[in-house]
Design a protein around this ligand. Structure first.
Ligand SMILES: Cc1ncc(COP(=O)(O)O)c(C=O)c1O
Length: 389
């Protein structure tokens, strides 16, 4: 037994009985496909916020940097610092609000910040001056998402004021589409028209920053006239659809993430016996069940809707009873009848392919009642990420 174990290196074994495999070649390939849609002068910003949509920020960003991503985008300064510590040398933009008290840290790590009002910008400028440095910023413009940003009509005055603050370098101006993933592009086009009008006003005033950007993955794919100087792509890099019905990826993109586990126990269930907390599922016939080492504290939802089923032996194994914090029980009665005994250690696929069967993040998201962005970014950090070719 010991001899057998030492015949393998520890690295041959996943550190937990559930893990995520991320394909580096899929990430690089998807980046290549996106890049091939861009003019040579348009730069690509890889959006790796939220732990790279669950794919693992450090390793995903390293792979994308090697594959030629020009910039990175994250949601928070702490995410940006994690990338710097992982050896990411390219520019990193924080898309969200950064308070002035983070200015020193942003400067120390050469991180680019988003600004959209003068008060914070002035405080950032003062902090940069105190350190004898210049902080690079992009101005966020709200053209119709109504989440974050300066209104287009107020933007020229803001950029005029920013030009007087020599602690800041205004490198970019950007906006974000609310509906570029929908078939009806009317609102997205209206947003873009507003943004272009602003860019023209800024140009005439000599205030247009070098990098104007608007397009996310959906706009990159379906609104090529919005590419401008730079595109910000997240979901498509991971090989996932911007929208499951209205904006699916063209052929060729490959999902980079597979979520796996192994069966931890196989049991018999007699008629009348119940499974899991609250005894919500009661067997009405003799059944075989498999226990899985995944639960809601891994990002495998409990309520209001569950994943429904997972793949074992290339077949769907339905969830029985309540999903627990760390464990879930599935029905393998039909699978055993079709493919033979299910055993401890058998592979379970929660997202991905198994044999001829696929359980995509999109399918899981439809069952859970959310979107694929939510499904992958909610997989918690305690599920180890393993990087494969
Ligand atoms: C401001 C901003 N830009 C770009 C993106 C990337 O969008 P997507 O993943 O749809 O490409 C996001 C993600 O939500 C975002 O918030």
């Amino acid at each position: 037994m010991n001899g057998e174990l030492t015949a393998h290196s520890v690295a041959d074994f996943p550190p937990r009985t559930t893990w995520i495999e991320v394909s580096r070649s899929a990430l690089a390939h998807n980046l290549y496909l996106l890049r091939s849609r861009l003019a040579p002068t348009t730069q690509l910003m890889a959006v790796v916020k939220a732990n790279a949509y669950g794919h693992g920020a450090a390793e995903t960003a390293r792979t994308l940097q090697q594959a030629g991503a020009d910039h990175f985008a994250v949601a928070t300064l702490s995410e940006a610092i994690e990338l710097r510590q992982a050896g990411i040398a390219r520019p990193i933009l924080v898309l969200g609000y950064t308070p002035p008290w983070h200015a020193a840290s942003a400067l120390a790590h050469a991180v680019t910040l988003t600004v959209f009002e003068l008060e914070t910008a002035t405080a950032l400028h003062a902090a940069a001056k105190a350190m004898g440095q210049r902080l690079t910023v992009h101005v966020k413009v709200n053209t119709g998402m109504n989440r974050l940003g300066v209104r287009p009509e107020a933007a020229p005055a803001l950029l005029t004021a920013l030009a007087t603050l020599d602690g800041l370098t205004v490198e970019g101006v950007f906006t974000h589409f609310a509906t570029s993933d929908e078939t009806d592009k009317q609102h997205a086009e209206a947003q873009f028209t507003r943004f272009q009008a602003l860019l023209e006003t800024l140009r005439q005033a000599g205030l247009r920053p070098p990098l104007a950007h608007a397009a996310n993955s959906a706009a990159l794919l379906t609104m090529p006239h919005t590419h401008l100087d730079l595109v910000r792509s997240g979901i498509a890099l991971y090989g996932l659809d911007p929208d499951m019905t209205q904006c699916t990826l063209p052929a060729g993109f490959r999902p980079a993430l597979t979520w796996k586990a192994i069966v931890t126990q196989v049991s018999d269930l007699a008629p009348g016996e119940a499974v899991s907390y609250g005894r919500e599922f009661i067997a009405d016939r003799p059944m075989r069940t498999a226990t899985l080492p995944i639960g809601y504290a891994d990002g495998f939802p409990r309520r209001p809707q569950t994943w429904g089923s997972v793949l074992i032996h290339g077949q769907l194994a339905p969830i029985l009873g309540r999903v627990c914090m760390d464990q879930t029980v599935v029905d393998v009665t039909a699978i055993e009848a079709a493919t033979g005994p299910v055993q401890q250690g058998d592979e379970v696929v929660i997202i991905g392919r198994q044999g001829d069967a696929t359980l995509s993040a999109e399918t899981a998201s439809a069952r859970v009642g959310t979107n694929n962005y939510d499904i992958v970014s909610r997989i918690l950090a305690r599920v180890p990420r393993i990087y494969v070719a």
